[in-house]
Design a protein around this ligand. Structure first.
Ligand SMILES: *Cc1c(COP(=O)(O)O)cnc(C)c1O
Length: 635
């Protein structure tokens, strides 16, 4: 079966190579046939399902790749873990308040995700955070009773009225004031509707945090109120005889915060302001510390934008301890703690599965014998001959100059196309031999990395970065990517991944491996007649609603599953991806008109004798099928 694999290769090495044992634990692992499995906690033990088999099963049911797979068990596990870890920290540190988690809807607004969070989270009173009217409307329908609803974002009259009615329905709603004007409107609507709101204030935290999303913290952050403005809110509430409505302080330091000390500094500042508000006479009771709990995308657990230097127990203990200590010092009662963890709640639940369509290699063709190299190409051939004599850096620099001069000569008509082809081959041969030579060294120079990148294959994947992984091009987010099978076989190629769009940004060229980030991914050579499937992991947060229709590639199919036993799963929901017609309609094309225009064109061809009437029928049918089909590559 694994004819080319050396005997020594084991799946343990594969797990190390791709870092699966770092970023994947405990949800993803390998089975003995070298396939990636998703693992779920079940009452009777762990249930494992191979993603390759799952993809095959989905295909048999008519779902082409790419497909976005959501595994509900993983979402449940994360909610349970978040709540129980906070509860444990609260117990161990003797903290007097409770933990109340809320899920910020913007992180994944998909109906199945929100419904599952509300269903499973009910036992933990896990609530929702809404930042817009649309999010508020869906929360009002789904939120379980006794779970908190935190209302952030800019609020107009309709938003405020809906929130007040939510409170009238018995839901614990908190209006978080983000701008001074909002408060006047809220007080006015509350008087008119005769419903008293629970009010929170969002503070700007002056402590700055590291990471890719730092703009939400610091004095100049566009979110939240300054200390002066918070004092203004207290003043307004006092004058309106409504200070007793102020029950919550909110802050949000940013997302994916890598460094625990940064979080601690922000939490200390917020706790201090909380204590001050309590001492100014507000009843308070809730401290909402926002999001920021990071996902360890690399699995290295260090202070780096794609990782974090803490784990969940560290995070929970730090929050609970810092708030507890600050309030003890100020002699103020401990509040209930709220966090709005989005990324850390949903990232693990989704995996994008796609197939590889083709590979492009960068390897020299047959080189001419040395005596047959035309004189014009001697400069390159000589460099190859001197490979052991010159410093590699010098050799490469000179080779680039030679190659570029030769390209120039070809442009000016002084070099034939055949010679140009030989020049490119000689250049690649030089890089290849130099790479082999440097790889043998115990301490290879930095140059090797660059050379390897020039030789790495391009694997063409059946997906769109812009649709499925928008953060990879928008903000250089990286997600773990690896083959879903053949992991009992040593990968012998190095490649980057290009998507289906005709855009130079439509690629993945930075990867997570067990040794750190890398510019190419170890991959297997394609086998004819056999699929090669890859998965992108930890992509459940922020990707699904940002996706855009680059080159008119639409939404992928989405399939929700629940693992029910070892090797067994239920298909809970299958959502068809966009058809070509739907995507065209979304950019305002009229399908009827497109159809008619195409029909007329085909009819004109019949009149001119270019097409028979029955050929026209075939063509018209194919056009219609095309409009109904999937936007991705169909096997
Ligand atoms: C985006 C956002 C969050 C979610 O942050 P994560 O880092 O994904 O947990 C929480 N609260 C507010 C106010 C937000 O804007």
């Amino acid at each position: 079966m694994t004819d080319s694999a050396p005997e020594s290769w084991s799946i343990t090495q594969a797990a190390e190579l791709y870092g699966l044992d770092r970023w994947g634990t405990p949800f993803f692992g390998l089975n003995r046939s070298g396939e990636v499995v998703v693992q779920a906690d079940l009452p009777e033990g762990t249930g494992a399902v191979s993603l390759k088999e799952l993809a095959t099963g989905l295909r048999q049911r008519g779902h082409d790749l790419p497909v976005l797979l959501r595994i509900e068990n993983l979402l449940d596990s994360r909610i349970r873990l978040l709540n129980t870890t906070f509860e444990k920290a609260i117990r161990e540190l003797g903290y007097c308040g409770q933990y109340r988690g809320v899920f910020p809807i913007k992180v994944n607004q998909q109906a199945q995700v929100i419904e599952e969070i509300c269903r499973f989270g009910q036992a933990f009173h896990h609530g929702l955070e809404a930042g817009s009217k649309a999010e508020l409307l869906l929360a009002l329908a789904h939120l379980p009773e006794d779970s908190l609803l935190i209302l952030n974002g800019t609020k107009d009259r309709d938003y405020i009225d809906l929130g007040l009615w939510g409170q009238q329905l018995g839901l614990p709603v908190f209006f978080v004031i983000e701008s001074p004007n909002e408060l006047d409107l809220l007080l006015e609507r509350s008087r008119t509707l005769e419903i008293e709101p629970q009010i929170g204030v969002r503070m700007k935290v002056s402590a700055r945090v590291g990471g890719l999303w730092t703009e939400t913290s610091g004095d100049r952050s566009s979110f939240g109120l300054s200390i002066q403005q918070i004092l203004g809110v207290v003043e307004t509430l006092t004058q309106a005889n409504r200070l007793h409505c102020l029950t919550l302080l909110h802050c949000h330091l940013g997302s994916q915060i890598p460094h625990l000390n940064d979080i601690e500094a922000g939490v200390r500042e917020a706790s201090r302001v909380y204590a001050d508000l309590a001492r100014l006479g507000a009843p308070m009771g809730y401290l909402d510390l926002g999001g920021g709990l990071a996902v360890d995308y690399t699995g290295f657990r260090h202070n780096h934008v794609h990782s974090r230097d803490y784990d969940l127990p560290d995070y929970c203990r730090t929050l609970v301890r810092t708030v507890g200590q600050t309030l003890d010092d100020a002699a103020v009662e401990h509040p209930h703690l709220i966090t709005e963890s989005g990324r850390a709640t949903v990232a693990h639940t989704s995996v994008l599965i796609f197939d590889i369509l083709d590979v492009m290699h960068f390897e020299p063709g047959n080189l001419p014998c040395p005596e047959e190299v035309p004189p014009s190409l001697h400069c390159l051939a000589e460099r190859i001959a001197r490979i052991d004599e010159e410093a590699p850096e010098d050799l490469i620099r000179e080779a680039f100059i030679c190659r570029d001069q030769l390209r120039q000569q070809h442009l000016q008509g002084q070099l034939s196309l055949a010679e140009r082809g030989q020049a490119e081959d000689l250049f690649l041969a030089l890089i290849q031999r130099l790479t082999q030579k440097l790889e043998g060294l115990t301490d290879p120079p930095k140059l090797l990395h660059d050379l390897k990148q020039r030789l790495s294959d391009i694997y063409y994947g059946n997906f769109s970065v812009f649709q499925s992984l928008p953060d990879t091009w928008a903000i250089d987010q990286i997600f773990p990517v690896m083959p879903l099978h053949r992991l009992d076989e040593q990968p012998t190629r190095e490649g980057i991944l290009a998507d289906l769009t005709c855009d130079c940004d439509g690629k993945l060229d930075l990867f997570i491996t067990g040794k750190g980030e890398r510019a190419s991914l170890p991959l297997h050579p394609l086998k004819t007649g056999e699929d090669y499937l890859l998965g992108v992991f930890l992509m459940g947060a922020y990707q699904e609603t940002l996706g855009d229709l680059h080159n008119l590639f639409g939404d992928t199919h989405v399939v929700n599953i629940r693992i029910t036993g070892d090797g067994e799963f239920d298909l809970l929901q299958e959502v068809e991806g966009d058809s070509v017609g739907e995507v065209l309609q979304s950019v305002e094309y009229d399908l009827k008109q497109l159809n008619n225009t195409f029909r007329s064109r085909a009819e004109a061809a019949v009149r001119k004798g270019q097409l028979s009437p029955s050929q026209r029928q075939t063509l018209v049918q194919a056009y219609q099928n095309g409009l109904q089909g999937y936007t991705y590559f169909k096997r």
